[in-house]
Design a protein around this ligand. Structure first.
Ligand code: MGD
Ligand code: MGD
Ligand code: MO
Length: 755
């Protein structure tokens, strides 16, 4: 096992090679094992990877892509293995590390360096006015937080963040504590992620989740993958797409970048993938301009509407509302403008329409390339509109497939992590626990930041995640966090949210997904929900990296007992001792969880009901709603580019595993900006030059990210790409998606200035 790095890396070492047009295969397995050995050593690597996504093992803390029922041994993907290695590392950091490094010194390190130091091993406090974290006992830490929370003028002066790795059990007790305290301030990573999907789908079909199962993908005629890079972010999805393809599906990739996994896939799980040339996945690649997807779907709809014979009139008449207005709206649009907004040629747009015309079973998959724009909600409505024209909802092989990010982000929402849970959920809570939960909507991520900035928040607590790095407008965000009296981070690894903190700051180290969780009644399992609404158990099997860690459930319940007190009658101690008592309560509060414990005993888990699958649409109208949304697309001023901020192959959100982006040909560096050759020529710039990225927004503030190396790259014209979180500084806090309030991380207008 190699030691944690002492030196930080140097961006000037970056090397640029050729980008790859295929994903995975032998290099993927090799890279995964290399990272695993580095962090865990050989024995722990074998023990851990064999348990990954197995029936009696733990759920991969990587992405939320589901497992097929019949898992074969060692089905893991490169990036899942990297996620596990990062968590199961043998490196630890405790009091001596923090005695050596002042907070102000740690704040100068890169995200990579911070994360590489190892697992947090004991509870720590940075007292007000001090520059070092020092040890604190658990009891003293809980007393301190409880005293602060009890002393607030209003419970709304605290806000409680959740990242999507938190288990159902921990999420349920957390939201219960927060609501018992009297606030709905429950921002979560979903606010920055699939909130636009939730907003649009709830309005359109009555359920804010995807409607398809793996089997549907394997039966589809046509799968359109929009705004998603599965080769890096959901590698196991490629196996599903490969199977779909073998069953005859046509796959179309819609993306400004020719992402490696979609173009070609070498499946490491099959011998062919290891030695052969792999499967070319995408039949068509539409290199769309950033933000052109709504226009593309409108153009497809306009063409479909000229082919009455392919429309599913029975479905439309029986199950939908708003069809006539929608048809009138679409027919009134100018095809030339729609095509122009996509940056594609008319024949490319028509080729996609032809694919829809020829398909009887269509699924559209999407991720962040669709959800993080100003007009994301209407864009997703447009996807649903097009699917509805051909009745592609609620029948096998068809439907909507928003592909979730964090492994339990969907479950956390189901458990009530949401600043505006519906009334029925709050009613159920009230009935079960006998207190009146607050009804006023709370702050989401962006509104929490605004409130912090305006001095309206005293206490910030986070269960997981890296709030300060994941959120937009880094300079503003950092100042906002520093205004809090107390910040509390329940974390596994060191990150920027520990160095940019409130006057007093606490680090509460917790067990991860892979760690054994032993409580007074015995070993515990937890449960999670994947991107296709399937809930299953997860049981860690590794010795925790330190004897001083508490589970998330233990941390929340111990805090709740002190902070909420006897005002509310909740058996917090029982919850900590035995998680089945939490599941029992969940089964009475959350629909679809009856017989939770029994259903969870099935290693395959169980699937939550989804009304769309039985063609019920619990919307305002009681039907699936067509939406006639005005056309929107980004208008880029001359001499400017539209920047999307995305993930490299060696990162998990703000966690940087390594410094390479293998498929895109980048090695040993992250401050690169990908720009099309024509744009470079027009701008009088060249590959290899160093530039500052300066974002331009209506507020006139120049937001600047300095010293990026230009990489000439095959992206759509007028578009650029660079990695997040380094570019978060460029995303204005007030630049958000309509309705969902999601930061527009995929459309930032920038100019390039020679550095
Ligand atoms: N290894 C690994 N796995 C992960 C993560 C990780 O960081 N690392 N993160 C997890 C999380 S939380 C999430 S949400 C998911 C994210 O999964 P993705 O959404 O795949 O993540 P991004 O890297 O943001 O990629 C966005 C993709 O959308 C494309 N795109 C950008 N703008 C547009 C547009 O306007 N239109 C279209 N059609 N395409 C566009 C980009 O070129 C890119 O391919 O992955 C999850 N899984
Ligand atoms: N510019 C830009 N910004 C973005 C995005 C983008 O595409 N572009 N994407 C957005 C998206 S989709 C998302 S989901 C957010 C991600 O936002 P977050 O979820 O807040 O960020 P992560 O980087 O996933 O959080 C990593 C930290 O979580 C902690 N952690 C890991 N596992 C556990 C665990 O089991 N328990 C606990 N308690 N802690 C744990 C570790 O300390 C680690 O440092 O970022 C958003 N921000
Ligand atoms: Mo996400």
């Amino acid at each position: 096992m190699s030691r944690a790095p002492r030196e930080d890396f140097d961006e000037s070492d970056v090397q640029i090679g050729k980008h790859k047009d295929y994903a995975a295969g032998v290099p993927g397995v090799y890279h995964a094992l290399q990272k695993s050995y580095e962090q865990m050593g050989a024995t722990r690597t074998a023990r851990t990877l064999l348990k990954l996504n197995q029936k009696d093992g733990f759920d991969c803390p990587g992405c939320a892509w589901p497992e097929k029922d019949h898992r074969h041994v060692a089905e893991f993907c490169e990036n899942g293995a990297k996620a596990v290695a990062e968590e199961a590392t043998k490196r630890t950091i405790g009091a001596d590390f923090f005695a050596r490094h002042a907070v102000s010194e740690l704040d100068q390190k890169t995200d990579w360096w911070l994360g590489q130091q190892g697992r947090l091993a004991e509870p720590l406090i940075k007292p007000a006015g001090q520059d070092h974290y020092v040890p604190i006992s658990w009891d003293a830490a809980f007393d301190l937080i409880a005293t602060e929370l009890r002393g607030l003028d209003s419970p709304d002066r605290a806000t409680f963040y959740t990242s999507g790795r938190t288990s159902n059990e921990a999420a349920f007790v957390y939201q219960l504590m927060v609501r018992a305290l009297g606030t709905n301030n429950l921002p979560d990573c979903s606010n920055m992620c699939h909130e636009s999907s939730g907003s649009a789908l709830t309005e359109a079909i009555g359920v804010g989740k995807g409607s398809v199962q793996i089997d549907d993908l394997e039966q589809a005629d046509l799968i359109v993958v929009m705004g998603q890079n599965p080769g890096t972010n959901h590698p196991r999805m490629l196996s599903t797409l490969e199977a779909a393809k073998q069953n005859g599906a046509v796959i179309v990739a819609v993306n400004p970048l020719p992402e490696a996994g979609l173009m070609n896939f070498h499946n490491p799980q099959t011998p062919k993938g290891v030695v052969g040339s792999g499967t070319p996945l995408a039949d068509d690649f539409l290199q769309i301009r950033i933000g052109g997807d709504q226009a593309l779907m409108m153009a497809v709809a306009q063409i479909l509407l000229q082919h009455d014979e392919v429309l599913d009139h029975a479905f439309i008449a029986e199950h939908t509302a708003g069809f006539d207005d929608y048809v009138a709206h679409i027919k009134g649009l100018d095809l030339a403008e729609l095509v122009g907004a996509t940056g594609l040629t008319e024949s490319q747009v028509r080729s996609l329409a032809d694919r829809f015309l020829a398909s009887r079973k269509t699924i559209v998959c999407w991720a962040m390339g669709i959800t993080q724009h100003k007009h994301s909600v209407p864009t997703i409505h447009e996807i649903v509109n097009v699917l509805m024209l051909q009745g592609n909802l609620g029948r096998p092989g068809a439907g909507v497939c928003p592909v979730r990010g964090h492994s339990n982000v969907q479950g956390d929402r189901t458990m009530g992590i949401f600043e505006k849970m519906p009334e029925w959920f709050l009613d159920n809570l009230q009935q079960e626990f006998g207190f009146e939960p607050p009804r006023k909507h709370g702050h989401d991520v962006v509104n929490s930041l605004r409130a912090m900035r305006d001095g309206e928040i005293d206490v910030f607590m986070a269960v997981g995640g890296n709030f300060v790095r994941a959120t937009p407008d880094s300079n503003l965000t950092e100042a906002a966090l520093r205004q809090c009296r107390l910040t509390v981070q329940v974390s596994t690894k060191l990150n920027r949210s520990h160095t940019v903190c409130g006057e007093t700051a606490l680090i509460l180290p917790t067990l991860g997904r892979t760690d054994r969780d032993r409580q007074s009644s015995g070993d515990q399992k937890v449960s999670v929900e994947d991107s296709m609404s399937r809930v299953h158990g997860s049981r860690g099997n590794l010795k925790p990296p330190s004897g001083q860690l508490l589970s998330e459930v233990a941390i929340v319940t111990r805090l709740a007992r002190r902070a909420v007190g006897d005002r509310v009658d909740v058996p917090w101690d029982d919850f900590e001792a035995d998680y089945t008592t939490i599941r029992d309560r969940i089964s009475r509060v959350v629909p679809g969880f009856d017989d939770y414990e029994t259903k969870l005993a099935d290693p395959n888990g169980f699937t939550l009901p989804h009304a769309t699958r039985s063609r019920r649409f619990p919307t305002r109208t009681g039907r699936a709603n067509f939406a006639a949304c005005p056309l929107e697309y980004p208008k880029i001023p001359p001499g400017r580019l539209l920047l999307q901020t995305l993930r490299s192959h060696d990162q998990y959100n703000t966690t940087i595993y390594g410094l390479d982006d293998r498929y895109r040909g980048i090695k040993d560096g992250r401050r690169v900006v990908f720009v099309n050759a024509d744009d470079l020529r027009t701008l009088g710039l060249a590959d290899g030059e160093m530039v500052d990225l300066v974002s331009e927004w209506v507020d006139g503030v120049d937001r600047r990210a300095e010293n990026f190396r230009i990489v000439q790259y095959d992206t759509a014209k007028g578009c650029a790409a660079a990695y997040y979180p380094e570019t978060n500084v460029l995303v204005p806090l007030d630049s958000v998606a309509d309705t969902s309030n999601t930061p527009t991380s995929k459309s930032v207008i920038i100019r390039l200035e020679k550095a």
